[in-house]
Design a protein around this ligand. Structure first.
Ligand code: G
Ligand code: MN
Length: 387
């Protein structure tokens, strides 16, 4: 009897020779391999995806290619990792593949070491997703992250319908006067209880652009009332690939000179094609840019370096207890000085106490935002918020 399989892989390729060679290689590496000759053939497994740990598929195949297969798979299973192999990766298909949650692109000819490593990781991700759902159901939250597409789709649709924007003031550190407002997504949808859950749902469903469009369309209406104030709008890196963001006649674009687009330092910008061109175009349209959540978790500075932002927003984890923590104070002090050298405005986020505010003021932060000043709310009465 051989050792138990490391997992079941569905291998899809119309090239018989390659299919056999890869199957043999993966079987030797300890996996059970089932094969299909094209996307259509692979859909035999659709009803049984729970038993598949990862799919490795060619992109271009007769009858049904890899992207179409990916879409069909995602109708039924949001977790199973799909690795796409292609000889000529092009940007359009890569973007679509990412939108539909492809796990990885593998250039052909496939490097076997890379394949083995990617499959190993993919299967681990698959197992982690299963465990995460198990854990959620243990703590009685199984409904929060619907495992099936239909359920999540319904939650997401409801969230979009009831979405509204809360506005949190950003004030000048010097005198507390209003500089602007950050628009923050809210939706009273119990199965997606916070903006993070809505964002995760959008990612898993490949509906990021739809979410971004909704946010942008409902954001501007109330701001017409806030004369002279700057509007801070959060963008997900994925929004940068949405052509409607660059529409000069959109309501947001028409007020671009009073808008700062925030892009988080938490998510990687690496996958965005033509990033510099896109950023330059936003500037030509009159937008200013901010790096959001600076100092949070992630160590790199790609977003900062690439955007060369007009505004820097220090993450609240850095701000918290800055009055009690000399290391934090020194870091913020230096970040602020450096930002000023580069002509950037510094916003400290998540200010909760008077002691924090006093230190932030002392080290020269220009703008302050946080519960101490005001919670996000509906600041302009008389306006209809839900769209
Ligand atoms: O990632 P971003 O900085 O855009 O997120 C801002 C989030 O932080 C909002 O959801 C907002 O409600 C929350 N927030 C704003 N001010 C404070 C604060 O002072 N303390 C805490 N804990 N959260 C805050
Ligand atoms: Mn923000």
């Amino acid at each position: 009897m051989s050792a138990p399989s490391k997992g079941r892989l569905l291998l899809v390729d119309d090239d018989e020779g390659l299919r056999r060679a890869l199957a043999r290689f993966l079987e030797r590496a300890g996996y059970e391999v089932v094969v299909a000759t094209n996307g259509r053939d692979a859909t035999r497994w659709i009803a049984d995806l729970a038993s598949v740990d990862a799919i490795i598929s060619d992109l271009n195949m007769p009858e049904m290619g890899g992207l179409e297969l990916l879409r069909a798979v995602r109708e039924h299973d949001l977790d199973v990792p799909v690795l796409l192999m292609t000889a000529g990766p092009d940007i359009a298909s890569a973007i679509e593949a990412i939108d539909y949650g492809a796990y990885k692109y593998l250039p052909k000819p496939v490097d076997l070491d890379v394949l083995q490593d990617s499959v190993h990781r993919a299967v681990a991700v698959r197992k982690m997703a299963r465990l995460k759902r198990e854990a959620l159901s243990l703590v009685g939250q199984s409904s929060v992250l619907a495992a099936d597409r239909a359920g999540l789709e319904a939650s997401f649709d409801r969230a979009l319908r009831v979405a509204w924007m809360a506005y949190q003031p950003i004030v000048r550190a010097a005198d507390g006067s209003i500089f602007g407002y950050e628009a923050l997504l809210r939706a009273d949808e119990p199965t997606l209880p916070n903006p993070g859950a809505i964002l995760e749902a959008a990612e898993r469903l490949g509906r990021m652009h739809e979410l971004g469009r909704t946010v942008r369309s409902i954001t501007v209406v109330p701001m017409a009332r806030a004369e002279g104030a700057t509007l801070f709008v959060n963008l997900h890196p994925n929004d940068l690939t949405d052509p409607t963001l660059f529409d000069r006649m959109s309501p947001l674009a028409l007020m671009a000179s009073t808008v700062v687009l925030e892009i988080t330092e938490r998510a990687a910008l690496d996958d965005i094609s033509d990033l510099r061109t896109r950023v330059a175009r936003l500037r030509t349209m009159g937008f200013r840019l901010a790096v959001d959540d600076l100092g949070a978790g992630y160590a790199g500075l790609t977003t900062f370096a690439t955007l060369e932002p007009e505004v820097v927003k220090l993450d609240m984890s850095l701000v918290r207890d800055v009055d009690k923590n000399p290391v934090k104070r020194r870091v913020i002090d230096k970040m602020t000085a450096l930002s000023h050298e580069l002509n950037m405005l510094v916003v400290a986020e998540g200010v909760e106490t008077v002691a924090e505010r006093d230190v932030l003021r002392a080290v020269g932060c220009d703008l302050l935002q946080g519960y101490l000043i005001a919670r996000p709310g509906r600041p302009f009465p008389g306006v209809v918020w839900s769209v």
